[in-house]
Design a binder for this molecule. Structure first.
Ligand code: VTB
Ligand code: MG
Ligand code: MG
Length: 334
């Protein structure tokens, strides 16, 4: 991978964000997702690389595009592995709520963990807390550590937790420390990455979300030097999701074993989830959010706001792009 990939991947997520932004607020989550998938795939096709999807829209038989194992790119050039979520937060996009974005993580071959379609307990925190907070510690202990390293009182900390039944006790425990809880309905990737930047008003992400999304979050935080750890969740009693109504703990462990995961309780560090020599994260806002303004359509242009974090040049670039329309008369900053 070389630096020219940074600009290419920026354009990939911009195009995906624009495509699904046209379907924002229409209540059509699958259509918004499909539009983003198609735009992402098309733009990837013109990049000189031998790309491969390792985390995508699902297996080949259930996903027509960007399925796991699909080859993307022109077919010549460096080998690049991708974890993609073309419309992360499809409900948010469909309901025109904050926090949906087009995202991907890229790495050298073999540099991204092949996350199973399972749940994952996650802990994300700012660079100052890296290696100090620990997913094996209680929320109470981690909040005391965060308070210490960030120099903020618990009452000045904001901890994001997905608003799910499984987090009832976790939310109560966080509140008992005096820290502020921000429940989110969806979109834990953006919340995790926001922890990596001062000024987003987000200091920590705790709780259980999806594992594939965990790899994308890990890639971003690794490239940034922030804290991220993940641990797979296989017990339906812990996940408390209707999706697992027919599954058992033993059956899930067996499924993980079949995929080659024998240490099912392993705590994965960001550097294990995104282990490649180089890692690039690219995200572009569909709706506004903690990191972006989201897509804005104007008569003469379409505006996007995006973030690329890259180990290739040790940078995090917040990029606002004005995409000028054919025959535009005036491009004013508004
Ligand atoms: C999680 C979270 C994502 O969807 O995957 C969630 O990581 C689905 O979780 O950010 P549930 O099955 O508990 O609803 C998102 O919120 C959006 O893709
Ligand atoms: Mg998706
Ligand atoms: Mg998602």
């Amino acid at each position: 991978m070389d630096r020219t990939l940074i600009q290419e991947l920026l354009e990939v997520v911009e195009q995906a964000a624009i495509a699904s932004a046209r379907l924002t607020g229409l209540g059509k989550k699958d259509e918004a997702d499909a539009a983003a998938v198609e735009a992402m795939r098309t733009r990837m096709g013109s990049i000189a690389m031998q790309g491969r999807i390792v985390i995508g829209e699902g297996e080949r038989d259930e996903a027509p595009m960007l399925y796991i194992g699909e080859e993307v790119g022109s077919g010549t050039g460096p080998g690049v592995d991708f974890a993609v979520d073309p419309c992360e937060g499809t409900n948010l996009c469909a309901n025109a709520q904050d926090g949906s974005m087009a995202v991907l993580a890229a790495s050298d071959r073999g540099g991204l963990f092949y996350a199973p379609d399972f749940y994952m307990k996650k802990l994300a925190a700012p660079p100052a807390a890296k290696g100090k907070v620990d997913i094996r510690k209680s929320a109470t202990e981690n909040i005391a550590i965060l308070s210490e390293v960030l120099g903020l009182a618990p009452s000045e900390l904001t901890i994001v937790v997905m608003d799910r039944a499984r987090h009832k006790d976790l939310i109560a425990e966080i509140r008992a420390t005096g820290a502020r809880v921000k429940p989110i309905s969806d979109g834990d990737v953006q919340a995790a990455i926001a922890c990596g930047f001062a000024g987003t008003g987000t200091h920590c992400l705790m709780g259980i979300g999806a594992a594939p999304e965990g790899v994308i979050s890990a890639a971003a935080l690794r490239a940034l030097g922030g804290h991220f750890q993940g641990q797979l969740v296989y017990d339906p009693a812990v996940a408390q999701t209707s999706e697992w109504a027919d599954y058992t703990k033993e059956g899930n462990i067996a499924r993980l074993n079949e995929m080659g995961i024998t240490d099912v309780d392993k705590v994965y560090e960001a550097e294990e989830l995104a282990s490649g020599e180089n890692v690039v994260f690219a995200g572009s806002g569909i709706t506004p959010g903690l990191l972006f303004k989201g897509v804005v359509f104007e008569s003469d242009c379409t505006r996007t706001s995006s973030l690329i974090i890259s180990t290739l040049d040790r940078s995090a670039r917040f990029t606002d792009t004005v995409h000028i329309k054919e025959g535009a008369k005036s491009i004013a900053l508004r």
